[in-house]
Structures are given as C-alpha cells and as structure tokens.
Design a protein around this ligand. Structure first.
Ligand SMILES: [Zn+2]
Length: 593
C-alpha cells in the first residue's frame, strides 16, 4: 500500500547533524560519554538507551555549550514549520462534536504506545532534556534520531538507532532471529506477527509478547474512549466500526473492524487507529506501529471525486496511447474521499506528515471490500502554503507565479490518486501482471504514471467542462513547481525517483526552460501538454510490455539529479524554506475545551 508520507532529504540534514554533534563535543560531555559508554554493551535493554539523553542534558550545563546545542538544534528545527489544525466544525452534528474529544483521547494512547515502540517512555525522556530546542527536536522525531535524515542520531552519544527499534531486542541479528523463529513450534508465526513485540527470555530464546498484553493499560483506555464515542455515533456504520475497533485493540484481531471500516459510507467523521503501518520496523517490516488520525469528511470534495471516478472508463478510452495499452476497463468503484485532519498521533505524527492514506493493509479485506483512499485536504493546504508557495517564489518565473494556486495543487494531488485506476494492470505479451514483470521498478513507474495521467485527466475533464471555470495554466505551473517539492524528499523514494525522471524528461522536451539571469523556470504551455502525452505513452508502453530491462536503463538515465537541478535545490535549503510541517493541534485548538 502506498502512503504519501514523504521520507526525507538526506543531504541538507547531514550538515546540521555535524554541527549539532560537534557542538556537544566539549571536554565536559566527553567525560560524561565515557561514563555512559558501558550502557551500550549490547545486552542493555532498549529502554536504557534513553538514559544517555538524560545524562547528557545534565552534563552540558555551561553556557557556551548550551548555546552551541541550541543553535544546532534550532538549525535542524528550521526544517519544520508549524501549522494549526483548526478545522471548521460547523458542519458537524452535536453528537459528532462530542465524539471528537473522545477520539483525541483514544489517539493519545496510540501516541504513548508509539514512543515505547521506537524510543521509550515519552514523559521521562522529554523531562530529562533541559534544553528546550533539543527537547522539541526529540519530540518531533519521537527520539534523538532524525527522521528526515535517514534516522541519523543528532546526539552522537545515543548511537545508531537499531533497525528493529524497540520491537526487537536491540542487539538481535537477522540470523539469530530467523534461526529461533524457524525452530519455533508455530514456524515463527507469533514472532513474525504484525502485532507482537519480540523479547529475550531467560532460556536464550525469544518470546513474542502480544501488543494488547504489552500495552494493556493504554489499549484499555483507548478502547473505553472508542466505546464512549460509539455510543454517541448517529451513523450505524460508524457505530459498528468504533465498537469493533474498541474490541480489536484488546485482542489484536483487526480484520472484522477493517471490514466494518470499508462498509461504513455515510459517516461525517472518521478515525484511523491502531497498529497499522510497518515502515518503522526497518529490520524486517513485520511489526505494525501504533498511530491515529482523527478526520472530518469534506463532503463537497468527496462527492466531486466519486463523480470523477465514474468518468474513468471514458477517460481511459481517450488516452493518447495506442489501443493495445488501453484495452482494460478501469474499475469505477474506487472509494476516494477528501477529509480535513484534526488530530494525528504516533507513527503518522513522527517526522514528515502524511497527505494521503490508502487502507486497509489486510489483503483479505482488500479482496473482499477493496481499499479506501483518503486525501487529507488541510494537510495538502499546509504544505502548499508553507512549502510550495515559497519554493515557487524562488524557482518559478515571476510572471508565472500567480499560476501556482492551492486549487490546482489539490486537483493535481487528487487526480494523481484517481489516475492510478487508469492504464493497464496486465502486460499485453503474456508476461503476467505489470507489478510482477517490473519487479522493484514497478512503484516508481506507477507513481510516475499517476502523475502524468493525473494531469491528463485534469486537461480532459476541463475540456469536457467538468471542472467549471478553469485556467489550465494554473495546473501546469503548479505541476512543475511541485516537482521541486517532491524531489527535495530525496531521489530514493518511489515518488522522488518518478519526479526526478519526469523533471529531466520534461526539460529535454522543452516543457519548461530555465532563465540563467534569474535562475527561475518558465513553463511552455504548448510543450508541457505534448510532454505529458509523450511521457504517458512511454510509461504505458513500458508497463504493457513488462519491459523490465528497458525501465532499468531509462530510469538509470533519467532518475538522476543533474548538477543544475541540484544547485537549485541547494538554493531552496539556503533560503530557509522548510521541508515539512509540524502540527499545533488538539481540543483547545479546535475550541472543544
Ligand atoms: Zn500514487
């Protein structure tokens, strides 16, 4: 499952790390480190890992050091800018308003659990850090490891973050885990479960500890809050889902509640809660981390999206590619909705912020019910205002900057999601599904496809009068500006690679030009259409042919950041444009207290 979580720019951060770490190397801290080092001798329980922060904070009191630490931490904090999540609640019923604080309370339990999963007890960790800037940085990252910078420690003394974090014993190796898991009576099922922690037992073996046992008091509290919210729910679908989810947190059997979530259609508010995504288990990707989103449905946009989904078959027919690549009939049953996010907790609140969700992850539920794509409109707006607009101010030709608009950005992001439904799922030459044929290249190419076909959809729907009064130039310029934003998250993610390849392809086709004197980019409105159509055809041909070698060669050439682009990206970092946002959120922000 894809989630637009947008993982981090490594290069800009490396500098900050260096300054922060070197800022801590006073004789005083070195002394403290040498005292602490024995703590890191392999067999120390993971939760002890947090002690060094406490000692470090206590160990570095003298003014010059503190100032250096503050300056370095502030420099890393400047990658983030704060956004208030104050949604309009006027469309909610009385009961829905009453449910929100309960859902927020339940979400807070997920936050607490996530701290344990990746670092240790939140309160004592944060309380031990005297420097406010450093404490804030640790809070944003849920530990002293930089999530925008490949989890590099920003306090040298804590050492590297074990890839299995707190889900596994910190010193475990894959060889050890595999041999013990394979020899287990159940073949390792419980040890490899999405919903267990792995702990050493006295006998030199490993014991799986179910989440609902490990986090008993926290999940009970969350469950009670969900049940109280269910009692207030007017919509029977939401009532059923909340009740089943409250049960699931107590026994880690989530399937029934996932089914109920897909069956619920008319709810005005929603909550995604529990152990869900596996990104934080970097050892195996077995363990789901706890998180929560509290959401309010944007009914107007949701209705528009369902209408567009019904137009997919016609859009498929009209695609600018040879007939063989558009022979499949796209499903028009996709469940795509827009929401405002009012609260996030746990995994999804750590580091960069999610703008779209595609759930559930349980494949049996997917087969039975499909999936739901949730677009988080105010999260998209936050990134537009705080990041894309300043990027355009730096890199888009001055007279074209007014064409960078939120509506165009949101349309481009939305139609990206709808466009995943267009095109081709199976190769046309007997190589089987495109996904299998293109192996690890599949994701980048599919993301690239959704980007160009999303823009194609906007052009087509505008032509058909479906989008009302419309200046397509807004979509084109915004599309080009947002390539810079996406590439800043690094060329290693699927989205990042797709964006670099498209940038180079479009540049080579003259879809935009760079003005040497001003260092800005100008879109050519005719050529950008031509480039979109040509790239769409090229990607669909790769997919239809299942041409793995062709994709490897093409990506090898196109998905590399060229020196001029790198220099322009460096300018963005130099101009202090943030990379991501943090949220100011909760009951007070929503006026619920
Ligand atoms: Zn996508």
């Amino acid at each position: 499952m894809e989630r637009r979580a947008e993982i981090g720019p490594r290069q800009t951060h490396r500098l900050w790390h260096r300054s922060l770490i070197s800022g801590l190397r006073s004789p005083f801290t070195v002394l403290c480190i040498s005292v602490l080092r024995p703590l890191f001798s392999g067999k120390v329980p993971m939760r002890r890992l947090l002690l060094p922060i406490a000692f470090l904070a206590a160990c570095a009191p003298s003014e010059p050091q503190v100032d250096t630490v503050t300056a370095a931490a502030d420099s890393m904090l400047s990658a983030y800018t704060t956004v208030r999540l104050d949604a309009d609640l006027s469309g909610l019923t009385e009961n829905e308003r009453k449910m929100l604080p309960l859902l927020i309370d339940a979400a807070d339990q997920m936050d607490e659990i996530f701290w344990y999963e990746v670092a240790g007890p939140k309160d004592s960790i944060l309380a031990a850090i005297a420097n406010p800037s450093l404490r804030r940085l640790v809070e944003i990252n849920y530990g002293p490891w930089d999530r925008l910078g490949g989890n590099a420690p920003f306090m040298a003394e804590v050492g590297a973050l074990p890839p299995g974090k707190h889900f596994y014993p910190p010193d475990i190796t894959k060889a050890e885990f595999d041999s013990i898991a394979d020899a287990a009576p159940d073949g390792g099922k419980a040890l490899r479960s999405l919903y267990t922690l792995v702990r050493r037992n006295g006998a030199g073996g490993l014991t799986p500890v179910p989440y609902h046992v490990a986090y008993q008091s926290l999940v009970k509290r969350a469950s009670t809050k969900l049940r109280a919210a269910a009692a207030l729910a007017d919509d029977p679908g939401l009532k059923n889902y909340l009740t089943l989810r409250a049960d699931a947190l107590l026994d880690d059997e989530y399937q029934a509640s996932d089914m109920a979530w897909m069956e619920m259609k008319d709810n005005g508010i929603d909550v995604v809660i529990g152990p869900i995504e596996i990104y934080d288990d970097e050892l195996y990707g077995y363990k789901a981390a706890h998180e929560a989103f509290v959401l309010i449905k944007d009914r107007e946009w949701s209705d528009r999206l369902s209408r567009y989904a019904t137009l997919l078959p016609g859009l498929q027919r009209d695609m600018p590619v040879p007939a063989a690549y558009k022979a499949e009939t796209p499903g028009s049953d996709s469940d795509l909705n827009a929401y405002d996010v009012v609260y996030v907790a746990g995994q999804t609140n750590a580091g960069s912020k999610t703008i779209a969700i595609n759930l559930p992850n349980d494949e049996e539920v997917q087969l039975a019910k499909g999936t739901r794509r949730l677009q988080l409109k105010n999260a998209v707006r936050a990134k537009f205002e705080k990041i894309l607009t300043p990027i355009a101010g730096e890199l888009i030709a001055e007279d074209q900057r007014p064409h960078v608009t939120f509506d165009a950005f949101f349309e481009n992001v939305m139609f990206h999601e709808v466009a995943h439904g267009l095109g081709i799922k199976n190769t046309i030459n007997g190589k089987g599904p495109v996904r299998t044929a293109l192996k690890e290249q599949y994701s980048s190419l599919e993301e690239g496809k959704a980007d160009v076909l999303g823009l194609y959809m906007v052009m087509k729907l505008a032509e058909q009068g479906e989008l009302g009064e419309k200046d397509l130039r807004d979509n084109y310029v915004t599309f080009i500006a947002s390539i810079f934003r996406s590439i800043r998250f690094g060329a290693s993610s699927a989205h990042g690679r797709a964006n670099v390849a498209r940038f180079n392809f479009f540049q080579d086709m003259g879809a935009f030009t760079r003005d040497e004197a001003t260092g800005t980019y100008r879109v050519d409105f005719d050529k950008v259409v031509e480039a979109t159509n040509t790239l769409s055809a090229k990607i669909l041909e790769f997919q239809g042919q299942g041409d793995y070698d062709g994709v490897v060669a093409w990506m090898g050439e196109m998905a590399t950041i060229r020196p001029q682009l790198q220099a322009d990206l460096d300018r963005l970092a130099g101009a202090g444009i943030p990379v991501d946002v943090t949220y100011e959120m909760g009951k007070t922000v929503l006026g619920l207290e």
